[in-house]
Design a protein around this ligand. Structure first.
Ligand code: ATR
Length: 271
């Protein structure tokens, strides 16, 4: 039976085993999916061990996505530009590295939430690894503009330069865009983890905006609470993105696309 796993530290809280087990059941795929806790200095050894045990694929989570970028013999374009890998596929002598986070975000927004990204004004908050993974998939949808705003301005400007040939981008710190409204505002910062809010302006929202937090937690994040206070009608956390990135990994491994909506609904009830 083909074996898969999510590898991270910590990893026991991961919802990936539940999601992939549901996918396998639903599509009739015979596979097994477990968690692997790797020591912080033992990621590569743990991956090699899994590979030698004839493992077929891995999902990579915190804090190993950058290290995982160094292992593949072949990278997809989106993983190469993200400089981070969340999915490995072992095939004969090849190790394929992919990054499905960005397409997961795009599918959740455009398909599940029914808000097409094409021709929209997008504000992406944050310029870390989480932001970088989403930029190419967002630009492929041809938004009117993708604004990258970050507290530390030069990091946003650096991402702008890296992706300048892929679409219409602007960058700066939050005050640079404080008078502009956006259709879709995405929080990729780690602020929510610390119960903090990026320094957004109320002007950044309109009533018709979508406020999307890539994090998820039992309680609405400070960003989603702030958006709601501004009268924003469409609010979403990262549960849908989580399930969609998993579906894309599953498709890469098994060649079958699972249905995602029912799993998203179950996870929403659980959290
Ligand atoms: P990740 O890989 O999860 O993106 P990271 O590379 O450490 O993590 O990046 C964290 C991002 O969250 C950065 O863009 C950071 O802004 P700075 O580059 O200015 O540090 C952003 N961030 C974290 N806390 C924040 C806060 N309270 N307000 C605004 N941005 C914050």
């Amino acid at each position: 039976i083909d074996s898969y796993a999510v590898i991270g530290n910590p990893v026991s809280h991961s919802k990936s085993p539940f999601i992939h087990t549901q996918f396998a059941h639903q599509t009739g795929q015979e596979m097994h999916y477990q968690t692997i806790l790797a020591p912080l200095d033992g990621f590569e050894i743990a991956v090699k061990h899994f590979y030698q045990q004839n493992g077929k694929g891995l999902n990579i989570t915190v804090p190993f996505k950058l290290e995982a970028y160094k292992l593949p013999t072949r990278l997809t374009e989106r993983a190469s530009l993200a400089r981070a890998v969340n999915t490995l596929k072992f095939d004969n002598n090849e190790i394929l590295g992919d990054n499905t986070d960005g397409i997961g975000l795009v599918r959740d927004i455009a398909v599940n939430l029914g808000m097409p990204i094409t021709n929209k004004r997008i504000l992406l908050m944050g310029a870390g690894g989480a932001a970088r993974g989403t930029i190419l998939p967002l630009l492929e949808q041809k938004p009117a503009i993708l604004v990258i705003a970050n507290r530390t301005k030069h990091k946003a400007n650096r991402l702008h330069q890296q992706f300048i040939t892929y679409g219409n981008i602007a960058s700066g710190d939050y005050p640079d865009f404080s008078d502009q409204g956006f259709d879709i505002i995405i929080n990729s910062t780690s602020a929510s983890l610390h119960d903090k809010l990026p320094p957004l302006s109320p002007n950044n929202f309109t009533e018709e905006s979508l406020a999307y937090d890539m994090m998820y937690s039992n309680e609405p994040t400070p960003f989603l609470r702030f958006a709601k206070e501004q009268g924003v009608r469409y609010l979403a956390d990262g549960i849908g993105m989580l399930v969609e990135q998993a579906a894309e990994s599953f498709f890469l491994w098994r060649g079958v696309r699972p249905e995602t909506n029912s799993i998203i609904e179950i996870l929403k009830l659980k959290t």
